[in-house]
Each structure stands twice: as C-alpha cells, then as structure tokens.
Write a protein that binds this ligand. Structure first.
Ligand code: NAP
Length: 251
C-alpha cells in the first residue's frame, strides 16, 4: 500500500446517531462555537472530502470562513481554503453547486469509470475529474490524493463515506460531536451503516479527548498509531465570527 494522507473524520450527530433529519428541512446539529472549531480544523487541512449525496443535499461551500485563518494560510504560502474533493458513481453533480462555484481552490471529483466521460463533459472547466475505478476505490483515491500533495485530509460525510473510510481503516482520527437531541426516525441517515469495523467489543478504540462546547460534546478518538504525530488544527479556535447564512450540518 502506498502512502496516504493523515485522515481526520469529522461529523456531528444526534444522541441517537443520526446525521440529518428525514425531511428536506435542514437540521442544525452543532452550535456556532463548534462550527468555529470545525473551521479551525479545516484551516489545518490540505483537502476536505464529502460524498456526492452531501454535495447534492446540503450544497456546502466547504471553505475556511474566518478571515484570520485564511490570512494565516496565505502567509504559509497556501490557498486560503483547502482543496475540495468528492466521490461519485452516477455522476449527477451540478456544475452550479457551491462546491464548484465557491473558492479559488482546486476541486477534484473521483468518478466511477463508466461515467467518467459524461462527468468530465458536465464539469468541464469547474473540476478535475479522475477515473477512480468501478466503483471508486477509496484506498487508491487516498494514495492518489497524497501523490497530489494532500498530506492532511478531512472527511466530512455523509454516512456512506464514513462507513467506507472507517471499515477500510483509512481514518487516523475521529471527531464526533453529539448534539443534545434525538431524531427518532429511521428513515434519516445515520452516522454509519452496517459494516465490519476495525473497532468492536474485542478491540476498543482509544478515546483521546472529551470536550464540552456549549450544549454539544466533542469526542475525539485515536484510530491509528499515527494519531498524535500530527496535531495541526485540532485546537484552533479563532475569534472571527462564523457566518450564519446557511444553517446545516456541513457548511
Ligand atoms: N452531520 C454531519 O456532520 C453530516 C456531514 C455530512 C453529511 N451529512 C448528511 O449525510 C447525508 C448524506 O449521506 P449519504 O450517506 O446519503 O451520502 P454521502 O456519503 O454524502 O454520499 C454518498 C454518495 O457518494 C458517492 N460514493 C460513495 N462511495 C462511492 C464509491 N466508492 N464509488 C463511487 N461513488 C461513491 C455516491 O454518489 P452518486 O450517488 O453520485 O453515485 C453515493 O451515493 C445528508 O443527509 C447530509 O445532510 C451530515
């Protein structure tokens, strides 16, 4: 196996483990202080990855919001925000989505082989479309990202992506935020779906930190021996106001 980026999976969920509601109405899981913490973690990464369903459903911008953090990145010779990455098989992505239209940063789309030509045509000029196999091989994709200079990757959902990254043991660190309410509707998307996870009753993960952030709690788990060798971005909390234009799970 080739080298892959240090990978941090970040998500917020309800007490009963849901990422979202079952309706089209947006579900606000985190609070402003926690969105700001996430912004700091983003600023410390080279790329942010979400699944195509999250791009379609949430229409996130996936940008670093705090000006001080963007300036700090620029001072380090980086783009103000990390590279954006998504994965698709069907390729039904709208070139007008905020993922593509916001930020002067590279956008990478890892696409299944059988739709790659159509998707290249559809996203011509707005993204680099990479043939990722059939379906996209996520382990290979992480190695390809590393080869493109992505040393620190932040995975921000949704459930399908979480499940595949975690079951394939591609995550070094997990940031799990628990919001103080229940969703109680099994039609909604859960944090993960069924799978064979490397951590089970016989092999417990290491709980590295518990932090109260207002009315939510952050649980930080070490999921690989690489945890702790790369601390960038885990504690960065700036003073800039976080935008409130689009309340949602991923912004
Ligand atoms: N609470 C949070 O922190 C948080 C964060 C992010 C998202 N969410 C929520 O999560 C929900 C979306 O989660 P989800 O599980 O339905 O979708 P998802 O994980 O965002 O995306 C799944 C899609 O990604 C593509 N994909 C995934 N693995 C692939 C592979 N190996 N090869 C090719 N394509 C692949 C497929 O796209 P195609 O369908 O295009 O083929 C698939 O349908 C939304 O409700 C969103 O609001 C919550």
């Amino acid at each position: 196996m080739g080298e892959r980026p240090y990978t941090l999976l970040s998500c917020s969920m309800s007490i009963d483990g849901y990422l979202d509601s079952a309706t089209d109405e947006r579900l606000l899981l985190s609070n402003e202080a926690d969105f700001d913490r996430v912004d700091g973690v983003r600023a410390g990464c080279d790329a942010i990855l979400v699944g195509a369903e999250t791009v379609r459903r949430d229409n996130p911008r996936l940008m670093v919001r705090a000006e001080s953090r963007r300036d700090d990145r620029a001072a380090r010779g980086l783009r103000p925000s990390p590279v954006k990455v998504t994965v698709t098989a069907k390729g039904q992505l709208d070139a007008g989505a905020k993922f593509f239209t916001t930020g002067d940063v590279e956008k990478l789309v890892y696409c299944a082989s059988d739709t790659v030509d159509t998707v290249r045509e559809r996203l011509d000029g707005v993204a680099t479309v990479v043939d990722g196999g059939q379906p996209v091989d996520l382990a290979w994709m992480t190695e390809d990202l590393y080869a493109r200079g992505i040393c620190r990757l932040m995975v921000e959902g949704g459930g399908s992506i979480h499940t595949q990254f975690l079951t394939a043991h591609l995550v070094d660190e997990l940031h799990l935020v628990v919001a103080p309410f229940f969703v109680g509707d099994s039609r909604a998307r859960r944090f993960v779906s069924d799978g064979e996870f490397p951590w089970h009753p016989g092999r417990r993960a290491t709980l590295a930190e518990v932090r109260q952030i207002g009315d939510v709690v952050l649980l930080r788990y070490a999921l690989s021996e690489r945890f702790g060798t790369d601390q960038v971005g885990t504690d960065q909390v700036g003073t800039d106001q976080v935008g409130t234009d689009r309340p949602g799970t991923v912004r």
